[in-house]
Design a protein around this ligand. Structure first.
Ligand SMILES: CSC[C@H]1O[C@H](OP(=O)(O)O)[C@H](O)[C@@H]1O
Ligand SMILES: Nc1ncnc2[nH]cnc12
Length: 290
């Protein structure tokens, strides 16, 4: 199968990467179903990367309908070691204004209907998730953004991303509650992805693109899809530049990541007690340990 060291998951408004060369479209089937869409393999900064439109290229999947396990499994099967998520987010803090970029370092889980593990069916594992994004990869993403000196874009290093279920946006009471918790941004997708990437031993980091002030801000209209897309269209070129610069930096100097050995001490079930069917289903995720 085709291979790529770096994966990119594009969220709302980022359905393709214009700079990819030698493009190949790959349909990957996984034991966890089909990914959101075909993966687009291409060369960026001299490195093979795999791009996936999180909601499908025509934005046909709700956050609650996303095949998170298939998406991460497909990336792992292609050999991906570093995964960059580009995502639209609402801002919960005055200083993170629309068009800014945030590289979060924490998540709060407010989802209700997501399957966020590959384990079960006779094999138990508990990964460490105290630091839910790879610090080193997040550093590379943030340094890449900073190096571009994008006009009118402030970079925020660190911050807490609240992952809500959606698809409706939050109420004002919820938005203010998350503000009282000190959270920085809000979205609907990145937390299950980060957990599954960690279980798949893939380093994961988020480039969050601020599109709105959610609904808490007294001087701004409450978030609408129109607002999100308008701001993302303004920022899509910047987002692609930032991703390209990040890919160049990773390929020059691949960062060390604790994520790459996340399962080493996490699996509780003796592997000789795991059924052949489960071992087969876990396929590329367990290969190293079998
Ligand atoms: C179009 S606004 C809500 C939608 O946008 C974000 O998507 P993504 O994280 O894939 O960029 C947010 O999480 C919601 O899914
Ligand atoms: N305000 C918001 N809430 C949840 N997800 C979002 N994605 C973009 N803006 C958002």
């Amino acid at each position: 199968m085709a291979q790529a060291q770096i994966g990119i998951i594009g969220g709302s408004g980022l359905y393709k990467m214009d700079a990819l060369k030698d493009v190949e479209e790959v349909r990957v089937d996984t034991p966890f179903g089909s990914p959101s869409d075909a993966l687009i393999l291409g060369t960026l900064e001299g490195t093979r990367v795999a791009f996936l439109a999180r909601h499908g290229r025509n934005h046909t999947l709700l956050p609650s309908e996303l095949p998170f396990r298939a998406n991460i499994y497909a990336m792992k099967s292609l050999g991906v070691e570093y995964l960059i998520s580009a995502s639209a987010v609402g801002s919960l803090k005055e200083e993170a204004k629309p068009l800014d970029m945030v590289v979060p370092d924490q998540f709060i889980d407010r989802t209700k209907n997501r399957i966020s593990t590959f384990f079960g069916s006779g094999i138990v594992a508990h990964i460490a998730f105290g630091d839910p994004v790879c610090k080193n990869l997040a550093g590379v993403v943030a340094d890449a953004v900073a190096s571009l000196e994008l006009p009118d874009v402030t970079l925020h290093r660190g911050g807490t991303y609240v992952c809500m279920e959606g698809p409706a946006f939050s109420t004002k009471a919820e938005s203010n509650l998350y503000r009282s918790w000190g959270a920085t941004i809000i979205g609907m997708t990145n937390l299950p992805e980060a957990k599954l990437a960690r279980e798949a031993e893939i380093a994961y980091a988020t480039l969050a693109l601020v599109t709105d002030y959610d609904c808490w801000h007294p001087d701004h209209d409450s978030v609408t899809v129109e607002m999100v897309i308008a701001n993302l269209q303004r920022n899509a070129v910047n987002a692609q530049k930032a991703i390209q610069e990040t890919v160049g930096r990773i390929s020059q100097n691949p960062p060390a990541s604790d994520a790459h050995s996340a399962l080493k001490y996490a699996i509780l079930t003796p592997l000789d007690k795991v059924s052949a069917a489960t071992k087969e289903k876990m396929g590329v995720l367990l290969k190293k340990y079998l």
